[in-house]
Design a protein around this ligand. Structure first.
Ligand SMILES: [Zn+2]
Ligand SMILES: [Zn+2]
Length: 490
């Protein structure tokens, strides 16, 4: 995620300062360090006699100074950490890893094979943003002021990547003596996993299930989340613990209509989309419409280097597609790419799109228009009535995407006032997270009721809502631990 966007997304949340050590009592303890009562900076620690195991090592995206201090210092002792397990490649789950490595962590980082493919895309991009950002601030800094250091550099990210170990879904492995782990498909993004852990100590055993970020059923390309089985302790995300998603509706129909509208007007269709996940989804749907003859063969440009790299990860991991996508791939030879689909590489090519004649579809990042090449496309194309800006993802408060969607005119792009005259539409219901019904269904699919349920990765109101929702549906007593709280598992 773009840095400016990351900070603005915070809505005032601040990370808590918590001491590294809580003097937990018990053979096996679980401590909630980050991503507790908030959706960012996911970080949980399992402490056993032989050392610590981290579940996630996410970057805290929020208030500038506090977030920075959190990400730099992390309330963990790298010398005690023996292994890190990641649920998936989103930065709020893996983005603080290079800092952990910078602080001396040399152990393995376990994740699924597809997440291992995605991590270079995510971490190198995050490091690049850090470096560019620090350089920009230092350029404008007053003389004599200390130079700003990036949180981590590309070299730190590269070093981290050498510690990554990809494991297939369903394969048991032993990240630490006494711990057996298994990744279960969570259907959230490519490679995403829920984690099943069996923990043994002092002749006894217990088990913990962690959803990571949980996806939705019936989304294109990705398979539905798979059940975790039986667990004693259950830790679930709560991002949308307070709501039911709108029906996805007729996705193809809405997209078809947008394309037909612009082609009739000989205009351009601009789609701001996150580089990982959303771009591939849109490409797949467009390709399907095209081969079904529902839309004309207009050129499609994917103008985001990160999206191009992420698409390669999707292509490599075709064994993870759902049945429908598999079938399509077998018949058509490609999921994402028709004859007139181009992945734009350099900046000159990107700028050349400004002079493009006739109808075209441009998919570019960032998804909330807070940076990236979508900005120059908006500046150049959103001032033409024939064109259409189509939002396919959530637009957070205080983002340019939200302002455009809500009708603020003019808007500022690169410091200039831009009068948006293009038509603006949005397609709802493409969230990558389960809603409260999905979260409940997944918890109810456990083979037996767990001893305790911990609600994490959600704002306080969402957690409270999910607590009641679970209670009403036969899962009473779920807790929403505060940052720094711990629980004895054995
Ligand atoms: Zn995620
Ligand atoms: Zn997340």
């Amino acid at each position: 995620m773009n840095r400016r966007n990351a900070h603005r997304n915070s809505n005032g949340r601040r990370p808590h300062r918590i001491p590294e050590d809580a003097k937990e009592k018990g053979l096996v303890t679980l401590r909630f360090l980050g991503g507790a009562r908030t959706t960012t900076g996911s970080l949980h620690r399992i402490r056993m006699r032989d050392g610590d195991l981290l579940l996630e090592c996410g970057m805290y995206q929020g208030h500038r100074a506090e977030a920075e201090a959190w990400n730099r210092d992390l309330p963990v002792d790298p010398a005690r950490v023996k292994a890190v397990l990641l649920s998936h490649g989103h930065i709020d789950h893996c983005g603080a890893l290079p800092n952990l490595v910078k602080r001396g962590y040399r152990g393995p980082v376990w994740c699924t094979e597809a997440t291992a493919d995605l991590l270079p895309v995510m971490l190198i991009d995050a490091a690049h943003i850090q470096e560019v950002d620090a350089a920009r601030i230092n350029r404008h800094a007053k003389k004599g002021k200390p130079q700003k250091q990036p949180l981590f550099t590309i070299a730190d990210a590269e070093r981290t990547l050498r510690q990554v170990r990809g494991v297939p879904y369903g394969h048991p492995f032993e990240p630490l003596t006494g711990v057996t782990a298994r990744f279960v498909n969570a259907g959230h993004i490519i490679g995403s996993a829920a984690i099943h852990l069996t923990l043994r100590a002092g002749g006894a055993a217990t088990s913990l299930g962690f959803t990571g970020d949980l996806g939705r059923r019936d989304v294109p390309i990705l398979r539905d989340p798979e059940p975790l089985g039986a667990v004693d302790w259950y830790m679930t995300e709560s991002t949308y613990g307070n709501r039911d998603h709108e029906d996805t509706g007729d996705l193809l129909g809405l997209l078809e209509d947008a394309v037909l509208t612009v082609t009739r007007r000989r205009g351009k269709l601009l789609i701001p989309a996150f580089a990982v996940g959303r771009t591939q989804l849109v490409l797949y749907l467009l390709h399907r419409l095209r081969v079904d003859g529902r839309i004309p063969d207009v050129p499609i440009y994917v103008d985001s280097p990160m999206a191009t790299r992420a698409t390669a990860v999707f292509k490599k991991n075709r064994d993870l597609y759902d049945e429908e996508a598999h079938e399509f791939l077998t018949c058509r030879g490609s999921l994402f790419q028709g004859a007139r689909t181009s992945f734009v590489a350099d900046v000159d090519e990107s700028k050349a799109l400004n002079r493009l004649d006739g109808s075209a579809i441009i998919i570019s990042a960032s998804g909330m228009c807070e940076g990236g090449r979508i900005l120059h496309h908006l500046r150049n194309h959103a001032t033409d009535r024939r064109n259409l800006v189509l939002f396919v993802g959530y637009q957070a408060e205080h983002t340019l995407g939200r302002r455009i969607l809500e009708g603020t005119r003019p808007v500022k792009i690169y410091g200039e006032r831009v009068e948006i005259t293009a038509e603006v539409r949005r397609i709802n219901g493409l969230s990558a997270h389960a809603d409260r019904r999905g979260l409940l269904r997944y918890a109810q699919a456990l083979e037996r009721p767990p001893k305790s349920i911990f609600l994490v990765h959600g704002d306080t109101d969402r957690i409270a809502a999910l607590q009641s929702w679970f209670h009403e549906h036969g899962l009473p007593g779920a807790k929403g631990p505060a940052p720094g709280d711990w629980a004895r598992l054995l």
